[in-house]
Write a protein that binds this ligand. Structure first.
Ligand code: F3S
Length: 282
């Protein structure tokens, strides 16, 4: 059986950077180390870090109980209000927000200062989008579809800026841009879809088109992995979504001669390699 592993599978730059920061703190013997939310959407990595003493803050109420140690902001970033609240705890703050997300925070901040409406193409419930929303003082909307973009309650001649959640689907962003341009008079678009996401999605689509079966590896809550799975499903009906090798049902692959493997931005290489090796042996 031929097994094709996407070159872009696994940790992206921002996730790798955030995980490395936590590992550096552990190495340096810093105690206690907290992360605001799980550092990445991967249970195995989070559990391993927990064994090394890294604790996860799961709510603002929990944050209020902290008065010492080091708090790491993960690659998704947080709203400004929350960052200030962290700083007020007295703990040391290590900001591992991905620089590409930070760039969107700056755009949001400037939009607010200039009285412009900010529109984010993204999932309003996703922490990254909530973080971006929290950096503007002005009006902000999150839209997920071109229809939503076409019906934005933005009054002319108010101007608006459109950005995207870094993991947003590039094609979907393009269709939102079209509608946005039709409905907003003074518009400004900044394509903030991360190239890591774009490359991963394009490579995944290309592989899924040529294989008999496709395996997508990633955390259940990882939105970028969920998107990869949607892309695979559209190109290859024999696609499955797993977190680790344990979830893999090999039956659908036994008659396949060519299997593709891709993985979300928070999937460690060790898990990808384990799955690839297992499938090669089938
Ligand atoms: Fe950053 Fe792109 Fe990853 S925005 S966190 S490098 S997907």
């Amino acid at each position: 059986m031929e097994v094709i592993v996407a070159k872009s599978a696994g940790f992206c730059f921002g996730v790798q950077r955030a995980v490395k920061e936590v590992e550096r703190l552990i190495r340096e013997g810093v105690k206690p180390v907290w992360t605001y939310g799980p550092i990445i959407h991967n249970e195995q990595v989070v559990n391993e870090l927990a064994e090394k003493g890294v604790r996860v803050i799961r709510s603002e109420e929990e944050l209020e109980q902290i008065h010492e140690g080091t708090i790491v902001i993960r690659s998704h970033g947080v709203p400004r209000r929350l960052q200030e609240k962290m700083e007020a705890t007295g703990a040391v703050i290590v900001d591992a927000t991905c620089p590409f997300v930070k760039k969107i925070h700056r755009i949001a901040e400037k939009a607010g200062q200039e009285g412009k409406t900010l529109v984010i193409a993204g999932n309003p419930d996703h922490p990254e989008v909530q973080g971006i929303m929290g950096w503007t003082e002005g009006t902000v909307f999150a839209v997920e579809t071109p229809e939503e973009a076409a019906n934005l309650p933005i009054t002319d001649p108010q101007s608006a800026i459109l950005v995207a959640q870094t993991t947003f689907n590039k094609m979907k962003f393009k269709s939102i841009v079209e509608k946005f341009k039709e409905s907003v008079y003074h518009e400004y678009v900044v394509d903030t879809v991360c190239s890591a996401t774009d490359e991963r999605q394009t490579e995944t689509r290309d592989i899924a088109r040529t294989v008999d079966a496709m395996i997508v590896i990633g955390g259940r809550h990882s939105s970028n992995t969920q998107k990869l799975y949607q892309i695979c499903k559209a190109e290859c009906s024999n696609s499955c979504y797993i977190e680790t090798l344990v979830d893999l049902d090999v039956k659908p692959f036994q008659t396949s001669s060519r299997v593709g493997i891709t993985a979300g931005a928070s999937t460690p290489n060790i898990i990808i390699e384990e799955v690839a090796q297992h499938v090669r042996k089938l």
